[in-house]
Design a binder for this molecule. Structure first.
Ligand code: ADP
Ligand code: MG
Length: 634
């Protein structure tokens, strides 16, 4: 087929522009990106080769070769991996709008160093070649296709690219960068080698370069014909722990996750027994941009006896640990394992349990070392983890029955004990601060920390100095339905059921009973006025500053949870709340059942209570009308 010129997709154009003009300060990453693509291509060939060994075409030793040509001023990255067909070259290198590309732009900070680091994370790595090249030529042939179906793809990175069919005997891809005039520093074995060792040492296949030697006669370096392997070329996780430096663990993480930052923590071990596998697991320092997308891919890289099988094997970690990155290399699974098989395999179940235990121990270690640390960075570690992943982690309370107790110890909350919305209070801390006569762990749920903190339900707790946990994450209500107690202490919502705040003295009790007797007729009238709106009306002594508050009946769903379900578009049972009335409040004291506007007052007090807990009014217009009428009546 003849040459064909095509246009880059609009976003790609924008990206190219950015790449060339602003990512200059970290330009050497182009090599890491292109080597990573070559390594992916080898992984894909190995995987397809399991079913179809003909794809190896009598060239089974997978490798990457890096070379340069001083005269032509080019650097070439060559692999004998899977290669690309014409269609693949067009869509993979030019026209597809990757889902990450848009997000990539929205995350740009203007800080070049940071922006450069984003490139890998968003899967736009190939274009980084244009940082140093003013033209890129790709020659490739997909494994299994005849030599006549080679492809040349070429672009100056300025808006369009050319594709052409070529004759190509060699399987795989060869990426040639035509360097920009000022980029001659890359035309050096020493320079290229040092970049490879810095970023790509852990790539599991050999990266070859021609050996160089000092020629005394010419008094310059000359290139020999022999190859040398310039990277470690062994899978990091297969090496003994004692031989791996922290630096190597960190670099491997960056390779694995496309995250420029160091990981927060890692754990590496070999499990022997009924199921044999090696695991190298990392907790990142920050959540990926798409963690809450439905199609976010969690999971680990799966290898079987060092052969790459698949990315994002979700079956290897429970969903609440979907932020964990890493590798599992199994000795037991068959090489032709599919996602379907993974779902049913008993070996996989054993691995998942093992991975879970390992991650929990790792988090326990981080938590305790953070708690004991004296330097700020170490101290902040667990808080960082919690800020980034706490909401996801909480799902474990409901999902992982077997580890519930361990998980509950790792969960952190905001509470009235601190004046911050940051979630730093462990249940154990709470328990250690409980009043001698206190038997329950109290909490309040609300949409925001502000609303929780100012909830009228807290008034009596504040007065008595009893700590209350402030829960404002969407998953909290759901989580609590699985967490009935901690350390033998039941968890109790301050907005649910009759409040019993421990022993009131007899005097107080008698006084309350007396007030109750006196106000009985008033309460009955209020109940009649709010028929259909409030399930019940009763007096409360839990309030100090507010006239009223709403509570859910024991066993009923809380108002907050009902609202959440509604927002999520799910059917929530309509449950009427109970209106509790503070007899000490001046507004309540001036209420008389025979007043002309008594009904308006009742509705107003109910609606106020609804607003105070972050609820919405069914009929806001009437609320405004009533309020105005009452204001005018004064
Ligand atoms: P990513 O690697 O994150 O998918 P890149 O921009 O680095 O994004 O690469 C885009 C795509 O181009 C790859 O997903 C792959 O399909 C294809 N590709 C790039 N380099 C190669 C290569 N050396 N061999 C085969 N395919 C490649
Ligand atoms: Mg890539």
């Amino acid at each position: 087929m003849a040459q064909e010129t095509m246009s880059f997709q609009a976003e790609v154009k924008q990206l190219l522009h950015l790449m060339i003009h602003s990512l200059y300060s970290n330009k050497e990453i182009f090599l890491r990106e292109l080597i990573s693509n070559a390594s992916d291509a080898a992984d894909k060939l190995r995987f397809e080769g399991i079913e179809n060994s003909a794809l190896y075409e009598n060239d089974p030793d997978l490798r990457i070769r890096i070379s340069y040509d001083k005269a032509a001023r080019t650097v070439t990255i060559d692999d004998n991996g899977i290669g690309m067909s014409r269609e693949e070259a067009i869509s993979n290198l030019g026209t597809i709008a990757r889902s990450g590309t848009k997000e990539f732009f929205s995350k740009l900070s203007g800080d070049q160093q940071k922006d450069a680091a984003l490139i890998g994370q968003f899967g736009v790595g190939f274009y980084s070649g244009f940082i140093v090249a003013d033209k890129i030529t790709v020659e490739t042939r997909r494994a299994g296709l005849p030599a006549s179906e080679g492809v040349r793809w070429e672009s100056a990175g300025e808006g369009d690219f050319v594709v052409e069919q070529i004759e190509r005997a060699q399987r795989g891809s060869s990426i040639t960068l035509h360097l920009r005039p000022e980029e001659d520093e890359f035309l050096s074995t020493h320079k290229l080698k040092s970049i490879i060792q810095k970023y790509s040492d852990h790539v599991a296949l050999p990266i070859l370069m021609k050996q160089e030697e000092w020629d005394a006669e010419k008094s310059e370096m000359v290139t020999k014909d022999e190859d040398e392997t310039v990277n470690q070329a062994s899978a990091l996780w297969t090496r003994p722990k004692s031989e791996i430096t922290d630096e190597q663990y960190k670099q491997f993480y960056q390779h694995l996750s496309h995250d420029h930052d160091d990981p927060l923590a890692w754990t590496h071990n070999r499990v022997e027994g009924r199921s044999e596998y090696t695991q190298l697991l990392y907790v990142p320092k920050h959540a990926p941009f798409d963690m809450w997308n439905r199609d976010h891919k969690g999971g680990l890289k799966l290898y079987v006896k060092r052969v790459f099988i698949m990315d994002d094997a979700e079956q290897l970690v429970p969903a609440y640990l979907r932020f964990v990155k890493g590798v599992v290399d199994s000795a037991d699974l068959p090489l032709n394992v599919s996602r379907e098989i993974l779902q049913e395999s008993r070996d996989v179940k054993a691995i998942r349990e093992g991975v879970t235990k390992r991650v929990l121990s790792m988090l326990e270690e981080v938590a305790s070392s953070s708690a004991e640390a004296t330097d700020d960075a170490e101290k902040a570690k667990y808080a960082t983890f919690w800020k980034e992943f706490g909401q996801v982690f909480k799902e474990g309370i409901g999902e992982d029955y077997g580890n519930r107790e361990r998980i509950a110890k790792l969960v952190r909350f905001a509470s009235t004990n601190t004046d911050s919305s940051e979630q730093t209070v462990a249940l154990a801390d709470y328990v250690s601060r409980m009043k001698p006569e206190q038997t329950k762990i109290y909490y309040v749920t609300a949409d925001t920390w502000q609303a929780a903190k100012n909830s009228p339900h807290l008034e009596v707790f504040r007065k008595k100095g009893v700590e209350v946990l402030l829960l404002t994450d969407r998953v909290d209500e759901w989580m609590l339905s699985f967490l009935n107690e901690f350390d033998g202490k039941p968890l109790q919502s301050v907005a649910r059921g009759d409040l019993d705040l421990g022993a009131l003295n007899d005097e107080e009790k008698q006084a309350q009973e007396k007030v109750g007797e006196e106000l009985k007729p008033l309460v009955e009238s209020m109940k009649a006025a709010l028929e259909g709106k409030a399930k019940d009306v009763r007096l409360t002594f839990r309030l100090t500053d507010s006239p009223t508050c709403l509570v859910a009946d024991d066993g009923d769903m809380s108002g907050y949870l009902q609202r959440m379900l509604k927002q999520a578009g799910q059917a929530a049972p309509q449950m009427q709340p109970i209106l509790e009335v503070n007899p000490e409040h001046p507004l309540v004291k001036q209420l008389h059942a025979d007043d002309a506007n008594f009904g308006d007052w009742c509705h107003l007090l109910f609606d106020q209570a609804m607003l105070a807990e972050g609820g919405t009014l069914e009929d806001p217009a009437s609320f405004v009308k009533r309020t105005n009428a009452l204001l005018l009546a004064r």
